[in-house]
Design a protein around this ligand. Sequence first.
Ligand SMILES: *[C@@H]1O[C@H](CO)[C@@H](O)[C@H](O)[C@H]1NC(C)=O
Ligand SMILES: *[C@@H]1O[C@H](CO)[C@@H](O)[C@H](O)[C@H]1NC(C)=O
Length: 351
Amino acid sequence: MKMMNGQLKFIACVLLLFIHLYDLCYTAEAAFDHQLHTIRFSEGFSHLFGEGNFVPSSDGKGVRLLLDRFSGIYFCSGFISSDLYDHGFFSANIKLPSNYTAGIVVAFYMSNADVFPKTHDELDIEFLGNIKGKAWRFQTNVYGNGSTSRGREERYRLWFDPSKEFHRYSIFWTSTKIMFYVDEVPIREMVRNEEMGGDYPSKPMSLYATIWDASSWATSGGKYKVNYKYAPFISEFNDLVLHGCTVDPIEQLPTPSCFEKTSQLESATYATITPRRRRAMKKFRQKYMYYSYCYDTLRYPIPPPECEIDPSVRNKLMENGRLRFTRRHHSRPRVAGQISGNIHYENQYED
Ligand SMILES: *[C@@H]1O[C@H](CO)[C@@H](O)[C@H](O)[C@H]1NC(C)=O
Ligand SMILES: *[C@@H]1O[C@H](CO)[C@@H](O)[C@H](O)[C@H]1NC(C)=O
């Protein structure tokens, strides 16, 4: 018996050591933050709209975007990258407004709607406002060459409160795949399929961040509006990353540093989904995703060509009855005085 105990202890020790080593490895692999080259705000961005609602941080590394209302008119704000990018890794540490934020959308996205109004491309991360005590919701979306009638939305809950601390949100875009990251977790991967044709974003885009009033649709399909009693709503953006190939806006041609930038991009840690990250992604999608166009058989009886159907995700979405969107329009402020419209799909069952 004594012998057995000794052996058990030994096994337990080995197991503990193993778990410890595993944790260490996990930390080493997970830390892609140190690989990121963050820039000062003024090095890569400029103010887009919302005079007075745009407050640069004193260390120059970030900005605060405010949403407020005076005399019945609401004032949103935003910023834009100074360059257009042909692929890249685009990332920011973001802290969302706290308290009651229903109806407020904070968007971090790539677009070229100003350059190609009819055939624009877009890669979106949009936070959909929140009511205290509930899990925050957000969505990702992809459009290519003006394919706004073929939305590729996915919606998810967050597993933390994004208004408490900064978290890193990233968009990875190459000629072969698109990924969205929340911190170190790849939450969505879209591998280019030739059948997508122009629906795969392939023209240079700018990076944008905006905060605006989307009372009509954002939170529970518009049931909860912005309450200006809680204004100003403040969203903070820090430690921004613009790692990509810049393009001459007139000639639309890649600049000489592009080849180097592209190879750096493809060999970066965030370019590859390791088996561990893939497990984290699968877990996230099973647990926190509550809508994906790939599973919306009413909208797409045949899923779009890039969709890879995961039976466990499909079963879960079916159980929850979260398979249907109804059609609505929404517009997003881009530049002062210019509003561009998008078709937006609203989840009927969202609450
Ligand atoms: C949230 O609301 C509480 C109570 O109204 C207030 O004291 C607090 O300052 C608010 N927090 C923020 C970040 O606005
Ligand atoms: C993009 O759309 C335009 C206008 O509809 C079309 O002429 C063009 O061929 C499309 N490009 C691709 C790559 O599909």
